[in-house]
Ligand binder design. Structure first.
Ligand code: FPP
Ligand code: MG
Length: 295
């Protein structure tokens, strides 16, 4: 991972603008899940750290823009750039990061460059769907999962696919692994938004519903409730929740076991991911660590 961090630092230095170096150094690095995945799949290849750096810059750019869109005040436990330096700076820093990443992609074969760059179109489509879907209460599970696939899984899928191409491994199987891991990861993230406290999350708890995002535990809950309670749940959608409503929602979620139900789907997707790369201990390990995060 040290080599990935050096590649990231080198690309940022090449931007040749002190303000960008300063702002970038203020960002917390995060878990670097995508980079770790690339290194595990293409460990032998000398260009794996550069590919990992590219994907992390794209991911970082998407989070900078996402925080502007979500008007978030924290990211990875520290104040977000839009909060400290304003939305204009956050957007442009994001633009610099992902354009720099795209420039570096020319170092790779066309198939790799295409996989990574087209996944950015998908993730932008997913983000747009996410924003639009938050306008109204959504109880459609498939629609929600389609959006999640685009918003979160496509970049991980592309990272795994591209790393496999680089390493001369089965790219299709690794793409299936990345896609299912990405979906499972986001479902667990959605669960943690409800089950964790704000100190652990580095952002307010139960914020998804306040932002209008009907994640799986809410979708499953809606299906279980009677008409009156369906209306009550919908009336809290996309609003700041008071203590009574928070407690009511949490009690109902517990009563109907919708966290457990969501977790079962995350687990099934993880199993599908493991199945795709059967026998690869390291890739299996990444998934197991991720699943454990939810306890
Ligand atoms: C986090 O979702 C956001 C994403 C995974 C994708 C965001 C994508 C864009 C803004 C498209 C633009 C892309 C580039 C490269 C500039 P979330 O809000 O559910 O998660 P959070 O709780 O971590 O904020
Ligand atoms: Mg967000």
């Amino acid at each position: 991972m040290q080599r990935v961090e050096s590649e990231i630092a080198r690309l940022i230095k090449e931007v040749d603008y002190d303000e960008v170096t300063y702002l970038f150094n203020k960002l917390a690095g995060g878990k670097r899940l995508r980079a770790k995945l690339i290194l595990k799949i293409a460990s032998e290849h000398e260009k794996a750290p550069l590919l990992a750096a590219i994907v992390e810059l794209i991911h970082g750019a998407s989070l900078l823009h996402d925080d502007v869109i979500d008007e978030a005040s924290t990211r990875r436990g520290v104040e977000s750039v839009n909060a400290t330096d304003g939305s204009k700076i956050a957007i442009m820093l994001g633009d610099i990061l992902y354009s720099k990443a795209f420039t570096a992609l020319v170092e790779f074969d066309r198939a790799i460059a295409k996989a990574i760059s087209s996944s950015v179109t998908s993730l932008s489509k997913g983000e747009m769907q996410d924003v639009k879907m938050a306008d109204e209460f959504n109880a459609d599970e498939d629609k929600y999962l389609d959006m999640l696939y685009l918003k979160t899984a496509t970049l991980i899928e592309a990272a795994a696919y591209a790393a496999a191409l680089l390493a001369g491994k089965d790219a299709e199987k690794h793409a299936i692994y990345g896609r299912n891991l990405g979906l499972s990861f986001q479902i667990i993230d959605d669960i943690l938004d409800i089950t964790s406290d704000s100190a652990t999350l580095g952002k307010p708890a139960m914020n998804d519903y306040v932002e209008g995002k009907c994640t799986l535990p809410y979708i499953y809950l809606y299906k279980e409730l009677d008409e009156k309670d369906k209306e009550r749940l919908k009336s809290s959608h996309a609003k700041l929740l008071n203590e009574d409503e928070t407690l009511w929602i949490k009690t109902k979620i517990q009563e109907y076991g919708t966290i457990e139900k969501s977790f079962l789907l995350a687990k099934k997707l993880s199993q599908d991911a493991m199945e795709a790369v059967k026998g690869d201990e390291e890739l299996t390990q990444i998934l197991q660590t991720m699943i454990k995060r939810s306890y």
